[in-house]
Design a protein around this ligand. Structure first.
Ligand code: NAD
Length: 378
């Protein structure tokens, strides 16, 4: 079984899908791995690092793809890659099947089997493959550093001979994986942190990190599904949250928003009035930019200024921490690949409770029902 790793081509992407330590494990499992020359440089890994781990390093991208049984990538590799692979080949990566299903039509038509890391079920058995959580952890951490770097003040409380410097106030909206990491990072830097989430279970986690959990009376409605994920709220419930947030935003120096509802547009948590009520010099970092944003004024990957308040919506923060983001992602995809390798050969068991649900296309058909429905064939 030949596993291929390419240079990522999307703009600003510095991660690599497999790091040398993972390659060693795959080679030990009798797979062979080929890496395109230079693929690891963004993540501080040279061609020699990959060779030493047991991979072959290839400069001819077309030849590498023609030989590949499995291509592992971080993001969508591009149509020409799908066309260059052999029928029955496997592609594994963040393929955005629910957001951009049409971009996988060529993979379907080329007879490729595609697995999307976004679709890996969040069950205990698949925890080691949960790349969404890995990347959310990196994004939550980096968002706080961006905020700390941007504001014209310091984070910690300082008592000096020249007087006392009060701590920065950080408000985190959405206390899932990214939000909790943001809270922990902001606390370590000495900020006073408050957080809001619609899931009651988040309250205990927020408090355990030393932050204050903001409670909103949502009238006892159901806010989460069986799997523990937030559900789409009524406009009335969203408004109650927004009113509280607008009030708290007045005293915040940094606001980090991470609220998402799986498969839906991100909920709007801050409107223009809420931003207008903020202090000059404060900053909002909207981590839901890729799914529409939590802040009406935010624009994906742009910096917006409004009355001295800066609003940013970076959509790929993990790529700005490429070494550790690659390391975590590489381990996640390697855990998934281990489900596909038997005695060094490719073996796809669609009845497996992780493999089947993660599949988007197989043998010329849309396997995932939601994607099939989005493509009008479900
Ligand atoms: P997510 O990225 O879908 O959403 C981020 C947060 O936004 C969630 O906490 C959600 O409750 C919150 N949110 C949604 N709508 C909101 C609104 N209107 N106002 C305020 N907050 C809102 O979620 P996630 O971070 O991927 O994970 C959320 C939950 O899933 C957590 O409990 C996490 O521990 C759990 N989880 C479980 C596993 C597993 O079992 N393997 C893996 C990852 C996450």
């Amino acid at each position: 079984m030949n596993i291929a790793v390419l240079n990522e081509t999307s703009s600003g992407e510095a991660r690599v899908a497999l790091m040398p330590d993972s390659i060693q494990k795959l080679v030990a499992a009798k797979a062979s791995v080929s890496v395109e020359s230079g693929a690891g440089l963004g993540a501080a890994r040279t061609d020699d690092d990959f060779r030493n781990a047991g991979a072959s390093v290839v400069t001819d991208r077309k030849a590498l793809l023609a030989d590949a049984d499995v291509l592992v990538c971080v993001s969508h590799p591009g149509d020409e890659v799908f066309q260059a692979m052999k029928k029955g080949g496997v592609v594994l990566g963040f393929l955005r099947p629910l957001d951009e299903p049409t971009k996988l039509v060529l993979a379907l038509e080329s007879g490729l089997t595609t697995f999307s890391m976004e679709l890996v079920p969040r069950i205990t058995r698949a925890q080691a493959m949960d790349a969404l959580s890995s990347m959310a952890t990196v994004a939550g951490y980096k968002a706080v550093l961006m905020g700390a770097d941007y504001i014209p003040r310091m984070f910690p409380l300082l008592m000096t001979a020249a007087g006392t410097v009060p701590p920065a106030r950080v408000l985190v909206l959405g206390a899932g994986v990214a939000g909790l990491q943001a809270i922990a990072t902001a606390r370590r830097l000495g900020a006073v942190v408050e957080a809001y989430d619609v899931r009651a279970a988040a309250g205990e986690q927020v408090r355990s990190l030393g932050a204050k959990f903001l409670e909103v009376d949502l009238g006892g409605i159901q806010t989460e599904d069986k799997g523990g994920y937030a559900v789409e709220l009524s406009e009335e419930a969203l408004k109650r949250g927004r009113d509280l947030i607008a009030e708290q935003a007045k005293s915040a120096d940094v606001i980090i928003t991470t609220a998402q509802v799986p498969g839906r547009r991100a909920p709007v948590l801050m409107d223009e009035d809420a931003v207008n009520g903020m202090k000059r010099g404060s900053v909002v970092i909207d981590l839901a930019g890729a799914t529409g944003g939590n802040v009406t004024l935010s624009k994906a990957d742009e910096v917006v200024e409004r009355n001295g308040v800066t609003i940013m919506a970076p959509t790929n923060l993990p790529a700005t921490v490429p070494v550790h983001a690659s390391q975590l992602y590489s381990r996640n995809v390697t855990a998934f690949l281990n489900l596909l390798i038997k005695d060094g050969e490719l073996h796809i068991d669609m009845n497996d409770d992780v493999v089947g649900p993660s599949c988007v296309t197989h043998e010329g058909k849309w396997v995932n029902q939601r994607v099939a429905a989005a493509m009008g064939t479900g």
